[in-house]
Design a protein around this ligand. Structure first.
Ligand code: ADP
Ligand code: MG
Length: 405
């Protein structure tokens, strides 16, 4: 995700759609769609079948069906509007500046040509390399996408390869000229889960290595959640919602998005955990319970804190509200390590502080601090303010630096 910052400095987005509407035979199916993708970024276009994902992807790359037409709007590639370009100009762009990784690897390769010659074709169309150099580049590309024995593989025909291998060949073709944008329309839906993962990892490597922008079209919400920097949710040909993946998932703006992702079983486990990790919680409170014994004959207990759980992300401010005696201060004292809870954990930067003792507990004070309720009771009246402020610095810093009264 950090690649974004490296590649986008001052440059226009690699792809920008503004108010794009598309119709088949005059009947609109995509309505006023706007979004952009920066270099090194993965945008997932998600939505149910028939929502217009493929239509949008095809329009970008100049592969709309004969009866399809871009009715309005701009499609800018590195700042240049290509929405009205002729087929001939778009053909020249395809493969060189924009590539497509198609859904079905089997129907996308020519069965009567070796895979090596199919990779060579894209190089021949756009570059004039001497033959030996071109063939070396073909082998290099096949190796780059993780095919073993690339020299021998280059001489094989598509039917001699598995589905995952064929998809790798198509990716080799897609990346041959290092395009600025790769459009992957359901690139792994024909593949089994382990091959799927390897293909998606490969796309991710290329994005990082070359700063390629990726439009990942998928109906698989778990893949979108795991792989995309940003999500674009489509419904009936309209943008329902878009935003940073973790934000869309943790706080969807529309009921539609909430429902869409609520039903994804894979999101309840590993993916949700990853999303939470992405939010970077600095404090995680798990199931904290604390009882005070009230003394007396039968040692009656009073439950001050009862199974409390929450987490706090870095850089955020939270309020703990409740009436007097509801357990706010007890909980705060537990978070500071002043009080051990009867059950539960308090993780600060991933470390359970309820188990700390001695020096590690003392070191915790560098990470978490309390501003007291009552200033009069909290400052030692016999010390100057300088002494009061100096004390924690002397406690933790070997050399607090040149401050003098
Ligand atoms: N060539 C075509 N002619 C007429 N309608 C089409 C054509 N291709 C797609 N459609 C219609 O356009 C809508 C969007 O389809 P599509 O872009 O394939 O959706 P998705 O990829 O999200 O499943 C659907 O209603 C579909 O039936
Ligand atoms: Mg589709």
């Amino acid at each position: 995700m950090n690649a974004q910052a490296t590649f986008t400095h001052d440059a226009p987005p690699v792809l920008e759609l503004e108010n794009v509407s598309i119709a088949y035979d005059g009947k609109p199916v995509v309505h006023n769609v706007s979004f952009s993708i920066n270099a090194g970024e993965v945008l997932a276009l998600v939505g149910e079948s028939g929502s217009g994902k493929t239509t949008t992807a095809q329009a970008i790359i100049g592969l709309l069906a004969e009866n399809g037409h871009i009715e309005q709007g701009e499609i800018r590639l590195n700042g240049t509007d290509i929405s009205q370009w002729s087929q001939r100009r778009l053909d020249a762009l395809r493969g060189a500046r924009i590539s497509l990784i198609p859904q079905d690897p089997t129907s996308s390769l020519d069965p009567v040509k070796t895979i090596g010659s199919q990779v060579a074709e894209i190089l021949d169309i756009h570059q004039r390399l001497p033959r030996a150099q071109r063939d070396a580049r073909v082998v290099e590309l096949l190796s780059r996408v993780g095919l073993s024995h690339p020299e021998q593989r280059a001489k094989q025909y598509p039917h001699e390869l598995s589905g995952g291998m064929k998809q790798r060949v198509l990716i080799a073709i897609a990346i041959a000229l290092q395009p600025a944008l790769i459009i992957a329309d359901e690139p792994t839906s024909a593949l089994d889960v382990t091959v799927q993962k390897r293909i998606l990892d490969l796309i991710d490597d290329l994005r990082r290595e070359f700063g390629t922008a990726v439009l990942l079209v998928t109906h698989d919400l778990a893949i979108a959640a795991e792989r995309a920097d940003r999500l674009l949710v489509f419904r009936h040909g309209k943008v329902q919602e878009q935003g940073i993946t973790a934000e869309v998932l943790s706080a969807p703006k529309s009921d539609y998005t909430r429902q869409l992702f609520a039903d994804v079983p894979a999101l309840s486990g590993r993916h949700r955990a990853q999303i939470r990790a992405a939010e970077d919680p600095v404090l995680v409170v798990e199931n904290i319970t604390h009882d005070f014994t009230l003394g007396g004959k039968n040692q009656a207990a009073f439950r001050a804190v009862d199974h409390v759980s929450f987490s706090i992300s870095r850089g955020t401010t939270h309020s703990l509200v409740g009436e007097s005696g509801s357990g706010k201060t007890t909980l705060a004292r537990i978070l500071l390590g002043f009080q051990k809870p009867d059950s539960g954990r308090v993780l600060i930067d991933g470390e359970d502080i309820t188990r700390l003792k001695g020096e590690p507990l003392r070191q915790l004070r560098k990470k978490i601090q309390l501003v007291y309720q009552n200033p009069f009771a909290s400052l030692d009246p016999s010390q100057t303010l300088f002494k009061v402020i100096e004390e924690p610095l002397l406690n933790f810093e070997k050399n607090p630096g040149g401050c003098t009264p």
